[in-house]
Design a protein around this ligand. Structure first.
Ligand SMILES: Nc1ncnc2c1ncn2[C@@H]1O[C@H](COP(=O)(O)OP(=O)(O)OP(=O)(O)O)[C@@H](O)[C@H]1O
Length: 621
C-alpha cells in the first residue's frame, strides 16, 4: 500500500508542478461528475415517492435534478480528461527518462551484462507505455472515493444494514491484488523469451541484415525461433491471465451475493413500512452503482498497483546498478607524465565465471602509441573497455600516472578519453551532429567538425552527400542519406577525433568496415595526432587491429592470448624474439605479399586465414 501511495504522490506532485490550474480543474470536474451519479439515484427515489404521492411539482423538480445529474455524470469526466491528458503524458515521459538514465546514465556498463537486469529493463520498457493512464487513474480514484462516500450516506438513510454493502467490496479488492501478483509473475517469467524474440524480430526486419540473412538462408529458421519464443511467452502470459481471471471472478461472485442481500434488505424494509417505494428504487439503482464502483476500484487499484510495482522495480534497479562511491575522488590528471600502468589486472564479466583477462601486467608509457593484437576472443576489446573505465577490473588495478583509476570519477576520466569502438553507433542525425556528438559543447562548430573529419581521414564523405554537413543521415527519414558501412565507420572515427587533447585515444578495430588503405591512413593520422598531443599532454594511443602491417609502427605492441599478455615490445624486438607475433607477421606478409618497408601496401582483414581479398595477391609482387 505504501508503494501505491508513493506512486500517487509522485503522479499528483508531477502534475501539480507542471500545471496547477489544470490539475485543480481536472480534480474538480471528476469529483463533481462522480458525486452526481449517486445524487441522480437520490433524485430518482424522490421523484418516485413524489409521483406516488401525487406531488407533481416536486416530482418535476426531482426529474430536472435527474436530468442535470445525468448530464454532469456523463460529460464532466470527458472535460476532465482534456485538462489532465497532457499532464498524464508527462508522467510517461518522466518514467522513460528515468529508465533511460538508468540504462545509459550510469558510469559503467556492467549492468547490461546481467540477464536479470536485462529482463527487468524489458519489463519496464513495456510497463512505461501504461504510465500515460496513471494520472487518470489517480483522478478517477479520487472521484470514486467521493461517489462511494455519497452512496454510503444514501444507503444508510434507507437501512443501516445496507452500510455493510461496501464491505462486499473487500473480497474483490483482495482478489484483484492477488490476481495482479499472478500476472506480474507471468510477465516476469515471459520477459526472457520476449526479449530474445524481440531481438530476433529486429534482426529479421532490419534492412542492413537482409543480405546476410538471405545468403545464409537464415530467414525460415529465424521466423521459426521467433514464433517458438513468442509462443512460449504468450503461453506463460495466458496461464497468468487465466489464473488472474479466476481469482478476480471469485472476488466478484462474493460481491454479487452482497448485492442480492442488499436488495432483499430494502424490499423487507419497504414491506415493513421502514422505507418508501422511492427508497427501494434508490437502493436498486445505487447497488448497481456500487457494483460499478467496485469494478472500477479493482481496476484502478490494479493500475495503480502495477504502476507502483514498476516504480519499485525501477528503484530496485537503480539501487542494484548504483556503484558505491569511491573511497577518495581525484580529478583525472591534466597530463600524463609516466603513463598508464596495469598491475595484475584480471577481469571476469558479470554473471560469468571464466576470467577474460588474467594478471595483465603492462605499462603504457606517456605519449606512446600502443597496438594490441591477438586472436578473436583474446580479450583486446575488454582491455580497451577497462582502460576507458566502462568496467572495473575484478582483480588488480589500473594506475593513471600513479593514481588508482577507481579513485577517479569514471565520467570525468572519460571526458579525457576519445574512442572509436568496433560496434560503433549509426546516429541518424545530420552529418554535423553525428560527428559533433564526440564533443558536445562544440557540436555546432563547423570548423571543428571539419577538422575532426580531416584527422579521421573521413573528409571525403562530405562532398558525396547532397547537403554536406547539413545532410540528414539514415533510412528512418524520407530524405535521409544512407551510407556504406565504411562511411558510417569513418563518421564514428570523426567523432572519436572531436576532442583535441584527450589523455587516451582508443581505436578498436577501425578496419572492420574500412579498406586497408583507409585503415592505415587513419592509423597514421591517429599516430600523428597522438604524437602531437603526446608531446603536449602525454596522451597514449591504443589501437586494436588484426592487420599487423598497420600496427607495426606502434611504439609498443602487446600480444594477448586467452586473456594473458604473452609478448610486449616494438616490432623489431618482437620479430627478433621469433615467437607468436613474428610467426603471424611472417605468415601475413607472405600470404599477402606486402612490402615490409611500406606498411600500407597490404590488405588482409583476417590475420591468419588468408581468405581476405588483398589489394596485392601472392605472386603479384
Ligand atoms: N559482455 C560480455 N559478457 C560476457 N562475456 C563477454 C562479454 N563481452 C565479451 N565477452 C567474452 O570475453 C572474451 C573476450 O572478448 P573480447 O571482445 O574482449 O575479445 P577480442 O580480443 O576483442 O575479440 P575480437 O578480435 O573478436 O574482437 C570472449 O570470450 C567473449 O566471449
Amino acid at each position: 500500500m505504501n508503494e501505491v501511495s508513493r506512486t500517487v504522490r509522485r503522479l499528483v506532485g508531477g502534475a501539480w508542478r507542471a500545471d496547477r490550474g489544470k490539475t485543480v480543474t481536472a480534480f474538480a470536474l471528476v469529483l463533481a461528475g462522480a458525486a452526481s451519479a449517486p445524487l441522480l439515484a437520490a433524485c430518482l427515489g424522490a421523484m418516485t415517492d413524489d409521483l406516488l404521492a401525487g406531488r407533481s411539482g416536486a416530482a418535476a423538480l426531482a426529474g430536472a435534478g435527474v436530468a442535470v445529474f445525468a448530464v454532469v455524470s456523463l460529460t464532466f469526466g470527458h472535460f476532465a480528461h482534456v485538462a489532465y491528458f497532457e499532464l498524464s503524458e508527462l508522467a510517461e515521459i518522466d518514467f522513460d527518462l528515468r529508465l533511460a538514465a538508468l540504462s545509459n546514465g550510469t558510469p559503467r556498463t556492467a549492468h547490461h551484462d546481467r540477464p536479470e537486469h536485462a529482463d527487468t529493463f524489458t519489463v519496464l520498457q513495456r510497463e512505461s507505455r501504461r504510465f500515460h493512464t496513471g494520472l487518470g487513474a489517480v483522478v478517477s480514484a479520487a472521484g470514486l472515493a467521493i461517489a462511494m462516500a455519497c452512496t454510503a450516506i444514501l444507503l444508510a438513510g434507507v437501512s443501516a444494514l445496507l452500510l455493510l454493502l461496501p464491505l462486499a467490496v473487500l473480497p474483490p479488492l483482495v482478489a484483484g491484488r492477488l490476481a495482479d501478483r499472478a500476472m506480474d509473475r507471468a510477465r516476469q517469467d515471459s520477459a526472457e523469451p520476449t526479449r530474445i524474440a524481440l531481438n530476433l524480430f529486429r534482426l529479421a526486419t532490419t534492412a542492413r541484415h537482409g543480405g546476410e540473412l538471405r545468403v545464409s538462408a537464415l530467414g525460415p529458421e529465424l521466423r521459426e525461433r521467433h514464433a517458438r519464443l513468442w509462443g512460449t511467452a504468450t503461453r506463460r502470459l495466458w496461464r497468468g491471465q487465466l489464473t488472474a481471471t479466476v481469482i478476480r471472478a471469485a472476488g466478484l461472485v462474493t460481491f454479487a451475493a452482497g448485492y442480492t442481500g442488499a436488495v432483499l434488505v430494502a424490499v423487507r424494509s419497504a414491506v415493513s413500512g421502514g422505507a418508501s417505494p422511492g427508497g427501494v428504487v434508490l437502493v436498486v439503482v445505487l447497488a448497481v452503482q456500487v457494483n460499478q464502483q467496485v469494478t472500477t476500484a479493482v481496476r484502478l487499484m490494479q493500475d495503480l498497483h502495477r504502476m507502483a510495482t514498476a516504480h519499485r522495480r525501477l528503484d530496485d534497479l537503480a539501487a542494484a546498478v548504483a556503484e558505491p562511491p569511491a573511497a577518495a575522488r581525484h580529478d583525472p590528471p591534466d597530463r600524463l607524465d609516466r603513463g598508464i600502468t596495469l598491475e595484475d589486472v584480471s577481469f571476469t564479466y558479470p554473471g560469468t565465471t571464466r576470467p577474460v583477462l588474467t594478471d595483465v601486467r603492462l605499462t603504457l608509457p606517456a605519449g606512446a602509441t600502443v597496438a594490441v593484437v591477438g586472436e578473436n576472443g583474446a580479450g583486446k576489446s575488454t582491455l580497451v573497455k577497462l582502460l576507458c573505465g566502462l568496467y572495473r577490473p575484478t582483480g588488480g588495478r589500473i594506475l593513471l600516472d600513479g593514481v588508482d583509476q577507481r579513485e577517479v570519477a569514471p565520467d570525468q576520466w572519460r571526458l579525457r578519453v576519445s574512442a572509436g569502438f568496433q560496434d560503433f553507433v549509426r546516429y541518424e542525425l545530420t552529418l554535423r551532429q553525428a560527428v559533433g556528438l564526440g564533443d558536445l559543447p562544440r557540436i555546432t562548430e563547423d570548423a571543428v567538425v571539419a577538422a575532426a573529419l580531416e584527422r579521421a581521414a573521413a573528409s571525403d564523405v562530405v562532398p558525396r552527400l547532397p547537403h554536406g554537413l547539413c545532410t540528414q543521415l539514415g533510412r528512418s527519414y524520407a530524405d535521409g542519406a544512407e551510407l556504406s558501412g565504411g562511411q558510417w565507420q569513418k563518421l564514428a572515427l570523426g567523432r572519436a577525433f572531436m576532442r583535441e587533447a584527450p589523455l587516451l585515444l582508443v581505436l578498436d578495430e577501425p578496419g572492420s568496415a574500412l579498406d586497408p588503405e583507409a585503415e592505415h591512413t587513419v592509423f597514421e593520422r591517429y599516430a600523428a595526432q597522438a604524437r602531437r598531443i603526446g608531446r603536449s599532454v602525454g596522451a597514449i594511443t591504443v589501437f586494436v587491429s588484426h592487420r599487423l602491417s598497420t600496427v607495426r609502427t606502434a611504439d609498443v605492441i602487446v600480444v594477448l592470448d586467452e586473456g594473458r599478455v604473452t609478448e610486449i615490445g616494438d616490432h623489431a624486438t618482437l620479430m627478433a624474439a621469433g615467437r607468436t607475433y613474428a610467426g603471424l607477421f611472417t605468415m601475413q606478409s607472405s600470404a599477402y605479399a606486402f612490402d615490409d618497408r611500406h606498411p600500407a601496401n597490404e590488405a588482409p582483414t583476417q590475420p591468419i586465414a588468408g581468405s581476405g581479398p588483398g589489394r596485392r595477391k601472392p605472386g603479384q609482387g
